[in-house]
Design a protein around this ligand. Structure first.
Ligand code: TXA
Ligand code: MG
Length: 522
């Protein structure tokens, strides 16, 4: 049990209930599907629960304090029926201009709880879907956790890079509950991970795109272990992850002018560039190719780890070959088990799909995989970017182009156009945005706001949830084919390919590959 002073301060809108703008009508309250179970777990573990909410709509005249109280009472009643007690409600009704002193990110209410309720702030947490929530925690000496629900995905760019991010309330609660007591059995600190890497061991680590499974690039035996753990065929080369420009120079002696401009504009970030390799780069990393793929991840934890390891890390995504990529540490553990490698847990990934892979070794830039940086963004900087020919047969130019990849266990069908009614409860839907069509089965909405970036962040976690429901089939609807939407469509298309398991059998990808190119829908 926790010491009695440990508390969790929760934001209201977007964190425990859907954010529908200034909420006046108690009839419009909608809890998230996991709100009750998550709060029940916190309470059972001895945490005291508080709500801290900014209701600036009062100052703007959009609603009254009475409206706010009425909604709060209703939430409180419903939670109480489920056995959950909120110890105190803290509401700031002011606007920013009023400089009230109680509006988040001010730690005012947290400090009040410390004085009046004996809350011990260093043992406490703040959970919310706005950057001011974890900021409030920081100024009060508590710990902040950030959710991608509500407005979370939208404000991600404003969030300080060292705050852990979670797909939903349950994941954040899971983190709070395991902290110190029950972490993943093979979880370790970044310092211990760096030491293990130097000693030739394999480590799973977070990047902004997906979790990677890394080893010191200059230790071929360690790199071989990655292939073994993933069940990845040796013809599929790995990306070299670097922390700084000096490490790039250890991998390649030739960076074309375009490459320099791209690195300047998009590094650190979700762009992988393929260069001619130096002879020192081991063949196992590049699958015998004379080229090497290099990327500088944006995640501070990843870069720190690479720096401490003292060498570039060769790392594919930390999933079993051909299966859904991991965007949390637990995803990695669930798929690869706990043996043979360590995990650094850095919360959920902020981009959610893999990096874009661009080859700069030919006469013109060649886009080998759609990803976190869009084709539009690349072309705005360096002009036209070519897509690989629909070759028909043979070895793909980049194995990220294997036709089946990123696949769930459940059969997945990819559709175009507007979602239609689904009468079958054994069929799950993967939707870009909320739709009106009736649906008898479970549905995952990738972006409540209809935004492509938000959809990408949620893609793999949503696929996994549907995959865990023992459904007969998943029907996914294609996103708008622009920006990062292409990368999502590309993953969906590969997840839908029924002909290949991706388990090495992918080498016979003749014909199917031609249908695709790196995004399929050109
Ligand atoms: O976002 C990402 O890129 C993640 C994180 C962990 O950094 N990594 C990742 O790695 O997705 P992986 O191994 O799942 O995908 C690497 C892609 C594959 O499509 C591979 O074929 C391509 O990069 N690649 C690697 N080396 C290459 C090379 N020398 N030439 C062409 N393509 C290469
Ligand atoms: Mg992968």
């Amino acid at each position: 049990m926790k010491e009695r002073g440990a508390a969790v301060f929760l934001d209201r809108d977007g964190t425990i209930i859907h954010d529908v703008g200034w909420l006046k009508d108690p009839g419009k309250i909608r809890f998230f599907p996991d709100t009750v179970s998550a709060l029940t777990r916190l309470q059972a573990a001895g945490f005291r629960l508080f709500i801290v909410t900014n209701q600036g709509g009062v100052a703007q005249g959009a609603l009254t304090e009475d409206d706010v109280h009425r909604v709060n009472r209703e939430i409180e009643n419903r939670l109480r029926k489920a056995g959950i007690e909120i110890e105190e409600w803290y509401i700031c009704p002011h606007s920013r201009e009023e400089r009230c002193g109680c509006r988040k990110p001010s730690p005012y209410f947290l400090e009040k709880a410390a004085r009046e309720h004996g809350v011990v702030l260093p043992a406490s947490f703040v959970i919310g879907d706005h950057p001011h929530d974890p900021e409030t925690a920081r100024t009060a000496g508590a710990q902040g956790l950030y959710l991608l629900t509500g407005h979370g995905a939208k404000h991600l760019d404003e969030l300080s890079r060292d705050i852990p991010v979670f797909h939903n309330l349950s994941d954040a609660v899971e983190r709070i509950l395991v902290q110190g007591s029950r972490p993943l059995p093979n979880a370790c600190s970044p310092a211990a991970a760096a030491e293990a890497l130097r000693a030739g061991r394999v480590v799973a680590f977070p990047t902004e795109t997906v979790y990677g499974l890394g080893a010191d690039l200059f230790q071929p035996d360690a790199v071989a272990e990655i292939f073994r753990l993933k069940g990845r065929p040796l013809y599929n080369p790995l990306i070299a992850h670097v922390a700084d420009k000096e490490q790039v120079d250890r991998l390649t002696a030739r960076i074309p002018e375009r490459g320099r401009r791209l690195m300047e504009a998009f590094w650190p970030g979700p762009l992988t560039l393929v260069f001619e390799k130096r002879p020192e780069v081991p063949d196992i990393v590049t699958a015998g190719n004379p080229t090497v793929a290099v990327r500088m991840p944006e995640h501070p934890l990843a870069r720190n780890l690479i720096r401490q390891a003292g060498a570039p890390l060769a790392a594919p995504s930390a999933n079993a070959f051909g299966k859904t990529s991991p965007t949390t540490a637990r995803h990695v553990y669930d798929q690869l088990g706990g043996e043979g490698y360590l995990i650094v847990d850095g919360g959920a990934c902020r981009v959610g799909v893999e990096s874009t892979v661009l080859s700069l070794t030919g006469p013109e830039p060649l886009l080998l995989r759609h990803g976190g940086v869009s084709r539009e963004e690349l072309e705005a900087l360096i002009g036209p970017v070519r897509l690989p020919e629909s070759s028909g047969a043979g070895r793909p130019e980049s194995p990220g182009m294997l036709a089946s990849h990123y696949a769930p266990h459940t059969a997945l069908e990819l559709r175009d156009g507007e979602p239609v009614e689904n009468p079958d409860p054994r069929v799950g839907l993967l939707l870009f945005r909320p739709v009106a069509a009736a649906n008898a089965g479970p549905a995952e909405i990738l972006s409540p706001h209809g935004e492509l970036k938000e959809a990408a962040v949620n893609l793999y976690a949503a696929l996994r949830r549907l995959d865990g429901m023992d459904l007969e089939r998943i029907i996914a609807y294609r996103l708008p084919d622009r920006g990062i939407g292409r990368a999502v469509n590309d993953r969906l298309k590969k997840a839908a390919n029924p002909f290949l398991t991706g388990d090495g059998g992918a080498e016979g990808a003749d014909g199917t590959e031609g249908a695709g190119g790196p995004g399929g829908q050109q």
